[in-house]
Write a protein that binds this ligand. Sequence first.
Ligand code: THU
Length: 132
Amino acid sequence: MTTPVDVDWDELRQRAVLAAQDAYCPYSGLRVGSAALCDDGRIVVGCNVENAAYGVGLCAECTMAGQLRLTGGGRFVAVACRSGTGELLMPCGRCRQLLFELGGGDCLVDTPRGVVPMSRVLPDAFGPEDLP
Ligand code: THU
């Protein structure tokens, strides 16, 4: 994996807020957007897509994982999640696992504590290497 030295966090955060504008969230009313820098330098984004059967709604990071695959694959290098009004949001537990799968422990995450690696956002994660 090639990790770009510089991450333009302002750009990533702005792209997350922009993606949140496309959210489908008639039930929670919370627009969520995520944006990730990929290891080839492109940015992929996602937004939450809710459902009348509440439990099957999709988080922003989930649709972003699909976008990663649909637009050329690769790995997440840096991730930012924001509400539609610009507040920082942390990925939920399930989404941390999704991000770990496609970015690993070195993927950088924008958190209230600053930018930290996924290994600190999801410590001792279960991952592909734990499978026989
Ligand atoms: N949500 C996300 O999109 N990502 C997260 O990591 C946390 C929660 C969405 C799911 C739901 O549509 C709304 O936020 C309220 O829970």
